[in-house]
Design a protein around this ligand. Structure first.
Ligand code: MG
Length: 392
């Protein structure tokens, strides 16, 4: 394998740090070109020095001087602001762009990398939820390969290898069920921030951990799978699998089901996106089936976790509906993390925004950005009303 040159957008977040751990194990095969972070200047500086990055971007412009001063002795170029990320990802020195920033804010830089024909290691699922059709069309047009880093989608991608052209009968997306899987609805209604952040299997950032607790994460992943694999919603099935050993499955027309397995460790999916189509060693925990003994499976409870239903609805509606759903969810999750609203207020806000009047059947990129803005404002009004009414 020839050495690959990598940009990590969101290098100080959970996925970004795990990606650097992968690179740390294969310094001869991967070279860090670009690291970007929103705010975590101290960690960004440390990473840039350790991995001898060519350039870094600190999105928060107030921190530019701090980063620039720290990195000038190392001849590492320092830039600030979102636009710099969009410009630098197009550089000829970059082969692979890992999009590991959180939420809709990752869309513009992802689009920029796609337009430059880069290989995208896609960890930012909100990009495909909000603008899946547009991003996939651009990828086709500019010959940009999109490799999934989300563990379920990496699993599906791996289950599809060697089956070129075979008809997918069904995708079985596995879900851990999150921390509230066995809780009664009335107890979930009173769940606190700390309880929701306590994920049983995966160690992740706070936004995705709350999404896992509501199961909106699975909803977002249904839509992500639709765009990555061209599979309509009715062929995407969610199955709760609390052990998180099977990361997802593909069922073919002949009834044969292929599963991809491993202990829950994001580095596996990250490394495969970096090394594809090759496989490299990794210092992860290996499966011992005799020790594992058994695995269990359940249908998702859509009354306790309405987010899954909302995602199917958004997918069926098409247009900018998934963008509406995503924006409302981002605003609501941020408010829940600030303890301004209750747990079920998250999906109530999403539902109410989806019932609103901003639906556009064939949105362009500008419409997607406008929808996002409008819905964030709408959701924040709702949050204001709710937090004024309740005490948490
Ligand atoms: Mg996932």
């Amino acid at each position: 394998m020839e050495k690959r040159h990598i940009a990590i957008l969101g290098s100080t977040g959970s996925i970004g740090r795990q990606a650097l751990d992968v690179i740390r194990q294969h310094r001869d095969l991967f070279q860090v070109e670009l690291l970007t972070a929103n705010n975590s200047s101290e960690l960004l500086i440390q990473q840039a020095i350790e991995f001898d990055a060519n350039a870094v971007v600190i999105c928060n412009e107030d921190k530019y001087k701090e980063v620039s001063d720290a990195l000038s002795p190392y001849y590492i170029k320092v830039f600030a602001g979102m636009q710099s990320v969009c410009d630098l990802v197009t550089g000829d020195n970059i082969d692979i762009v890992l999009t590991s920033m959180v939420g809709f804010s990752g869309l513009s830089s992802t689009v920029s990398a796609v337009k430059a024909g880069k290989t995208i290691a896609l960890a930012n699922k909100e990009t495909l939820v909000a603008a899946g059709e547009i991003v996939m069309d651009l990828a086709m047009k500019h010959n940009a390969r999109i490799l999934p880093v989300d563990s379920e989608h990496s699993a599906i991608f791996q289950c599809l290898m060697g089956s070129a052209g075979a008809a997918i009968e069904k995708i079985h997306l596995t879900a851990s069920g999150g921390p509230f899987r066995t809780w009664a609805r009335e107890d979930i209604a009173k769940a606190t921030r700390a309880q929701a952040l306590n994920h049983p299997n995966w160690s992740m950032g706070s936004k995705i951990t709350i999404d896992s607790a509501t199961m909106m994460n699975k909803g977002l992943e249904i839509i992500e799978a639709r765009w990555l694999f061209g599979t309509p919603g009715e062929k995407i099935n969610v199955v709760v699998h609390p052990e998180s050993i099977i990361h997802s499955m593909v069922e073919y027309a002949d009834g044969s089901v292929i599963a991809q397995m491993g202990h829950p460790d994001m580095r596996e999916a990250i490394q495969f996106a970096f090394s594809y189509p090759f496989r490299l060693p990794l210092d992860n925990r290996k499966l011992n089936f005799a020790e594992l003994g058994s695995m269990s499976f359940f249908a998702p409870d859509l009354e306790k976790f309405p987010a899954v239903k909302l995602a199917y609805e958004a997918l069926e509606k098409g247009g900018n509906m998934a963008c509406i759903m995503n924006a409302a969810n981002e605003a609501a999750v941020a408010a829940f993390l600030k303890e301004q609203i209750g747990f079920y207020d998250i999906t109530d806000i999403v539902q109410e925004c989806m019932n609103g009047a901003e639906f556009v059947m064939a949105p362009d990129l500008e419409t997607i950005f406008n929808t996002n803005e409008t819905i964030l404002a709408r959701a924040s009004e709702m949050i204001g009303r709710i937090s004024g009414r309740k005490s948490f």
